[in-house]
Design a protein around this ligand. Structure first.
Ligand SMILES: Cc1ncc(COP(=O)(O)O)c(C=O)c1O
Length: 351
């Protein structure tokens, strides 16, 4: 069956024609020597947009988070973070494996926010039985709570709680621009409360590769050292960074279309039998929903037969809208899901 709609993630997006042209024409140099003018332009542009001194082009969101943590916490130190966040759940424990850094998870509410009281309670007293707490990590949009866009006020509230104990604050903003677009605010409002932030070019911004990490100049110098240790000093990588510059110019405002499509998808899904979903919870491009226990993999397999690709699961599923998916694709997906769910959710006939 030909795949018509790929809803697995916004990471499946392909570069736009403008990006391919810019990649072809990019001016290049050896970035390990700091000589690649295109990389330098991307880093400066990203830092300026996020209101920080300097930027560093990294391979992935995972690497951006890893480099950031390793630059701000040493072996035996602790970072505190939400129990639903990507760093804790989906980065293979890299900060512990490679940096000897302890992760302490705190309960996250359904908006992706960690209550200040939990942050105050999580910070360890000076006591040699305890790992010294150094860094608070927050995530916006918050992937596991269905792409919640956290407000500047909530960002400030969490950061203030960490700062009260002298912690630095890192933002995993893999989908930071989705958050800013959905709230109709400048992205700087979301980065002002934090010391360091990373965002992904390869998700909703549709670039083939890369993330940018930003912060003050000393931090970025240290982060560059850690990137080198991780083997990711890259050479004529302006060929990739060129797509990032185009993305920052052309791909941010269009994210609103992805959010509109996600809401339409959520409203349609919520009407189907066997699906648990409140469309009012959908703020950006991630639509998570519940299905009957144990049916997730079967639903994904049946949907694929109809030309719609999504990841399986046990009882929690996710669809993600992005560049390349339009309103008609949402109609197509809803029709396919209607067929699948009428079979999955219909009561088994008794003899
Ligand atoms: C919130 C969040 N942070 C970080 C990442 C990691 O990004 P990458 O896949 O580029 O390593 C992801 C990826 O989905 C993510 O959703």
């Amino acid at each position: 069956m030909e795949i018509r709609v790929d809803m697995r993630s916004d990471t499946v997006t392909k570069p736009s024609p403008e990006m391919r042209k810019a990649m072809y024409e990019a001016e290049l140099g050896d970035d390990v020597y700091g000589d690649d003018p295109t990389v330098n332009r991307l880093q400066e542009k990203a830092a300026e947009m996020l209101g920080k001194e300097a930027g560093l082009f990294v391979v992935s969101g995972t690497q951006g988070n890893l480099v950031s943590v390793l630059s701000q916490a040493q072996r035996g130190d602790e970072i505190i973070l939400g129990d639903q966040c990507h760093i804790f759940n989906s980065e293979a424990g890299g900060v512990s494996v490679l940096g000897g850094v302890v992760m302490y998870p705190m309960k996250t509410d359904r908006h992706g926010v960690i209550a200040p009281d939990l942050i105050h309670a999580a910070v360890k007293p000076r006591d040699y039985h305890k790992p010294p707490t150094k860094l608070l990590c927050i995530e916006n949009t918050h992937n596991n709570t269905s792409g919640k866009a956290i407000s500047p006020a909530d960002m400030q509230m969490m950061a203030d709680a960490g700062r009260a104990h002298g912690l630095r604050v890192h933002l995993d903003g893999a989908r930071l621009f989705n958050s800013a677009v959905s709230q109709g605010i400048d992205v700087k409002e979301l980065t002002a409360p934090v010391d360091t932030a990373t965002f992904c070019l390869s998700k909703g911004l549709s670039c083939p590769i890369g993330s940018v990490l930003v912060g003050d100049a000393d931090f970025i110098e240290e982060a560059g050292r850690w990137r080198k240790i991780l083997g990711a000093g890259m050479r004529q990588v302006g060929v990739v960074a060129a797509a990032g510059i185009v993305a920052l110019d052309l791909m941010i405002d269009r994210m609103e279309e992805d959010h509109v499509n996600a809401r339409k998808l959520a409203e349609g899904l919520a009407e189907l039998p066997g699906i648990a979903l409140d469309p009012a919870e959908i703020q950006t491009n991630i639509v998570r929903f519940g299905v009957p226990d144990g049916s997730g993999d079967r639903i994904a397999a049946m949907l694929l037969e109809q030309g719609v690709y999504m990841n399986g699961g046990y009882s929690d599923l996710r669809m993600v809208t992005h560049y390349g998916i339009d309103s008609e694709d949402i109609d197509f997906t809803l029709l396919a899901m209607r067929n699948v769910m009428s079979e999955v959710a219909s009561p088994v006939p008794t003899a």
